[in-house]
Design a protein around this ligand. Structure first.
Ligand SMILES: NC(=O)c1ccc[n+]([C@@H]2O[C@H](COP(=O)([O-])OP(=O)(O)OC[C@H]3O[C@@H](n4cnc5c(N)ncnc54)[C@H](OP(=O)(O)O)[C@@H]3O)[C@@H](O)[C@H]2O)c1
Length: 336
């Protein structure tokens, strides 16, 4: 197939490009050409700005594709541009969305189902909340695509992904835990790390795309993809320590107490106020979705970071000393 990937040079997008090229597809990526890239030799690289109509049009000329994968669409406007540019010029349009769309909804109950975004109202005043801007942007981007499907048959498929973890993860969220475990000083677990997650392995995101390419019946559909296991932040830290071969003390501190001290628990990026579990039964039923076992991909990801990551620590690590002082303060207060 002739496949155009918008993005595809950073994290799982790059892994996807490698996999598609290895499978013999004719792959083109489109980026602004700012990030340094190592693409497989068979992959064509177009330079253009996906957000600027003139730049995007000029970069792609009059070409057509069997599949366009939009890995860097974030707003309604960007989706409108994609529909304008690619309608009639691609057989499929796969859009990378996010589980953050569910954060925009009121009355949400775990596990989150695809139809929740149709069924549930938006949270009151949520549109003013800058923390929800990303989720709302993606939600509106999805809605433009769904409308184009209904009205013009624009051949969309939408993938909703939770936090992605794996080699090359530029967000360094998982690494925020690993770097702390490696310094062997105590680690704060807000609320004892009892929040539950379904994450997804970057390699499984790639598998999800590949599976969707085979399945024309997925046109017009939205799918949650995530790992099968539900794991708490505490379990995540415990398994990470096991894989790294370290024995580190964890200190449970209530999130409420941290907030009262005006401390944003950036040191534990997966500690949010509630569990975040995607319902994956639709992908299981319609696509036979199976995820890589959690223990297996955690090991692969940690080993990659141990071997290959030579960049700076995450920004949230800069105030590590203050975390340790906080632990002392909490201990004094609770033992007094
Ligand atoms: N990471 C997660 O946990 C997570 C979770 C859920 C969903 N997602 C979704 O995953 C997608 C990102 O995946 P990825 O990190 O693997 O990215 P990717 O496909 O590798 O794309 C990133 C590349 O896009 C290029 N780019 C950025 N802005 C551009 C623009 N305006 N025009 C053209 N190219 C542009 C950048 O290169 P240049 O700078 O050279 O242009 C960058 O290297 C996003 O849609 C995000 O919402 C991520």
């Amino acid at each position: 197939m002739r496949i155009l990937v918008l993005g595809g040079t950073r994290f799982f997008g790059l892994q996807l490009v490698h996999r598609l090229a290895a499978e013999g597809h004719r792959v083109t990526v489109l980026t602004r050409g700012l990030a340094p890239v190592q693409l497989p030799p068979s992959v064509e690289h177009l330079v253009g700005d996906r957000r600027q109509a003139a730049s995007l049009r000029e970069a792609i000329g009059s070409r057509t594709w069997d599949v366009v994968i939009d890995n860097i669409g974030f707003t309604a406007e960007e989706s409108r541009l994609a529909v304008d540019v690619f309608a009639g010029r691609t057989g499929r349009f796969l859009f990378t969305s996010t589980a953050a769309v569910y954060a925009c909804l009121a009355d949400l109950v775990n596990p989150y189902r695809e139809e929740d975004t149709e069924r549930l109202p938006e949270r009151a005043r949520a549109r003013q909340d800058p923390q929800l801007a990303y989720g709302f942007g993606k939600l509106e981007a999805e809605r433009v695509l769904q409308q184009a499907y209904r009205e013009r048959g624009f051949p969309i498929t939408i993938l909703r992904l939770p936090i992605v973890i794996g080699p090359r993860d530029h967000t360094l969220r998982a690494y925020s835990y690993w770097v702390r475990l490696k310094d062997r000083a105590p680690l704060i677990l807000p609320d004892g790390g009892r929040v539950d997650w379904r994450f997804i392995y970057s390699g499984d995101v790639v598998r999800a795309f590949v599976r969707l390419l085979e399945e024309e019946r997925s046109i017009g559909r939205i799918y949650n993809f995530a790992q099968e296991e539900i794991v708490s932040v505490r379990e995540f830290v415990k398994l990470s320590a096991e894989i790294l071969g370290v024995n580190v003390e964890t200190v449970d501190i209530p999130l409420q107490w941290l907030r009262a001290q005006r401390i944003d628990p950036v040191f534990s990026p997966y500690s949010i106020p509630r569990s975040w579990i995607l319902d994956i039964s639709k992908a299981q039923r319609e696509l036979g979705w199976r995820s890589t076992p959690w223990r297996e991909w955690m090991r692969a990801s940690i080993e990659w970071f141990e071997r290959e990551y030579h960049g700076p620590p995450p920004e949230n690590y800069a105030r590590r000393a203050e975390e340790l002082q906080l632990i002392e303060r909490w201990r004094k207060m609770t033992t007094a």
